[in-house]
Design a protein around this ligand. Sequence first.
Ligand code: ADP
Ligand code: NI
Length: 214
Amino acid sequence: MPHAEIIQKTVAFTRKTLENAEGGHDWWHIHRVWTNAKKIAQTERCSLLVVELAALLHDIADAKFHKGDEEIGPKTAGKFLRSINVDQQIMEHVQQIIRNISFKASFDKPKFYSKELAIVQDADRLDAMGAIGIARAFSYGGYKGREIYNPEIEPNPNMTKEEYKNSSAPSVNHFYEKLLLLKDKMNTATGKQLAEQRHAFMEQYLEQFFSEVK
Ligand code: ADP
Ligand code: NI
């Protein structure tokens, strides 16, 4: 099947599957990650097919919306890619990216590395930063019924993986527990460059936020 047709079928599958997703993990999050991933891929030697498929499928079934089942994402993606006869090797590479892309996974020793993972991970991280990152953090917090800000609960930037997964801290704490840490975790030169401005914007936002609420 030609590249464009594989992508077109994957877009249709992802859009349909994420129809009722939370606002920060919906089709438009996928669309932004896909766009950023293609932009970063232009500056790297990589398989564009793997990058695009992994970007489109990376949140197809996120463990945190499926009772913590970490294999449901790779399984769902694998089943779909088999149904459209994508090469076994490409399918397995996409599954490895889905398993290893998340911030949560970065608490463990890296189990897998590829240039394509590096690119899609940077694209996903960029969407957690800047103006859109701010919107997504409060959208997710609202979806979970969390507080916006509580001066009695201090952020903890050194959480363990279990603490991170189980945290129900106010949304603004998430900046200190994840979002401000992303800049120094970027993999690619283009990713690093795009992250700088988004990071600076979040810092400026927080300065204003605390000048209002403190
Ligand atoms: P990962 O899968 O990399 O661990 P998540 O899917 O948990 O990352 O996070 C994706 C986005 O969801 C975050 O960038 C943020 O916008 C939002 N989010 C996740 N956890 C929280 C939280 N505890 N508070 C606020 N926003 C959150
Ligand atoms: Ni994502």
